[in-house]
Every structure is written in C-alpha cells, then in structure tokens.
Design a protein around this ligand. Structure first.
Ligand code: MN9
Length: 288
C-alpha cells in the first residue's frame, strides 16, 4: 500500500458519458508507462463529485477488471449522502478493493463528532480499511492533530491522504502516528513531504508524471536531496504550466498526445480552447 498512487483520471465523451475504452487506456498508461504503484479511484481527479452512484460503481468495476491484482487499489467512496458512501464502500469491498478512502464530509460545516460518526458508520458496514481524505482547501474542513488521534482510535482507519501545505502538522502526524499510512496529496510539494517520512503520495499529475515522482521519492530515501530537488524543480515547472492552462483538461490533453483516449472533462468543467490545446501539446513536448 506504499508508494506513488495516481489519482485516476476518467475519460468522458463530449456528452459527458464515461468512455470505457478510454478509461482502460488511461489505466494501462498509468501502469505501463508511468509505472505507478497503485491507483486511487473516484477521487477529485476522477471528477467523482459530478457523478451518479451508478457511474461511480461502473468506474470501480472497470478499473478492477483492468488492473486485476497488479497494483493495490483504493476506492474513494466519500459523499455527504452517507447512505451512498456506505453503498459504495460495500460495493468496492465486494469487488476486492484493498482499501477505502472517504473525503471529510463538507458543505454543511459538520462538527467533529459528526465527522467521526460518518467514518465509524461507514466502517461498521464493511470489512475493509479506511484512509481519511483530508483536503481542507476544497472542503473547508480542518482536522487537528488531536482529532486525527481520535479518528485513528478506530483501528480500521489506517491512514490519511493529506492534501495540505501544513508541514508542521504533517511532521507532528508522522511523529505521533508512526504506524498509520500518510500519503501526500500535493504533487508540487512531494519532495518536502517525502523528507518528513510519508509512506506514499496520491496525485493527479502522476497520470503523466508518475515516473519522475517515483524518482523523487527514491532519491530522498537515499538522502540525495539536491538531486531530488532538481527533479522537483522540473516537476513544478510542469505543474505550474498545467495549473495555468487548466488542471484536469491539460492532463487529459497530454494523455491524448501520448495516444491515450482521455477524452473530455464532465460539465460544468469547461472544454479547452484551441489555443490551450496547443499549449498542452507544447507542455507535453517540453517535459514528458
Ligand atoms: O489528489 C490532487 N488534488 C486535486 C490530489 O486534484 C484537487 C493533486 O494531485 C493536485 O491536483 C496537484 C496539483 O495541484 O497537486
């Protein structure tokens, strides 16, 4: 369960329908070319929060079928519709997903007791493990060190996907929870997180830049920080240009350049202009 996990992209056609063959192509590219060590399915990058329950199930199914047991799979099942979260947790567990993950419930400003109940309720219904998905900049939900400790009292909660730039909290977490799995969630901060002793990373840009990310982590483990920093610099030139051009659309466009039918993003996400498609091609040629 350790290492570089792609937050899996999903291919949609122009009308917003899942393109099954495109999704299979993206998975193959991740495994064969990016050589990622696992996949995180139906996360933010998978445009999960714009999908129906049936579509989420379809994506879990297709991905498991394509990957078989080649790499570990994490199923993101979180939803503020708790019944949906439980249904998806059961579905992914039956399919043989290695672990579940659930975003902290958002929008209604749930208090900590409610957040804790949410995780424990999901886990009461399944025989599987849970990785908390913490992404305060999108959810507005901040969890403190003490609150993480309380959540981790449930032994089925084995880790956290930590998508935040709070390196003080990350260091405190590493020290306090040596046996929990900590995954970094911001690809542009991978080196800094790796220095603090994360177990892995889960990110969108690994769909195209996974090999370089693996190398950064390897170099840090060998204590070759200066070399790792050179790779992080190149990576961040790449990520900065991707972010300026439109994050998910540009990654999909880069995949298209590589011959992968990555398709379009789901509305209300926009379609890239011709100019931006040209920029995406340039980014691909320059860095990948
Ligand atoms: O899953 C991703 N977060 C989102 C993690 O997409 C919201 C990251 O991989 C970022 O996309 C990436 C670029 O900021 O670090």
């Amino acid at each position: 369960m350790k290492g570089i996990f792609s937050a899996l992209m999903v291919s949609f056609d122009k009308e917003g329908n899942i393109d099954e063959q495109g999704l299979r192509d993206i998975i193959r590219y991740n495994l064969d070319v990016c050589m990622v060590e696992g996949l995180y399915v139906n996360g933010s990058t998978g445009e999960n929060f714009m999908l129906s329950t049936d579509e989420k199930k379809q994506i879990f199914q297709i991905t498991k079928d394509e990957v078989k047991n080649k790499v570990p799979l994490i199923a993101q099942v979180g939803s503020i519709n708790l019944k949906e979260a439980i249904e998806l947790a059961q579905f992914a567990t039956e399919l043989g997903y290695d672990a579940l993950s659930a975003v902290t419930p958002f929008y209604y400003k749930f208090d900590f007791q409610e957040i804790k109940d949410y995780y424990n309720s999901i886990l009461e219904h399944v025989d599987n493990k849970m990785i908390i998905y913490s992404i305060p900049f999108l959810t507005g939900v901040n969890i403190s060190l003490d609150q993480f400790a309380e959540l981790f009292e449930n032994e089925k909660i084995i880790g956290v996907k930590f998508t935040a730039a709070d390196f003080y909290l990350l260091e405190r977490m590493r020290k306090s929870f040596p046996d929990k799995l900590i995954y970094a969630g911001f690809d542009e901060m991978l080196l800094s997180a790796a220095v603090l002793g994360i177990d892995g990373a889960i990110g969108s840009t690994f769909n195209v830049n996974g090999a370089r990310a693996k190398e950064i982590v390897k170099l840090v483990k060998q204590g070759k920080i200066a070399e790792a920093l050179q790779l992080q610099h190149v990576t961040n030139d790449l990520i900065t240009e991707i972010l300026q051009n439109g994050l998910y659309q540009t990654i999909k466009e880069i995949l298209s350049v590589k011959g992968v039918h990555a398709g379009y993003c789901r509305k209300p996400m926009k379609v890239l202009s011709e100019e931006k498609i040209a920029v995406a091609k340039e980014i691909s040629q320059k860095y990948l």
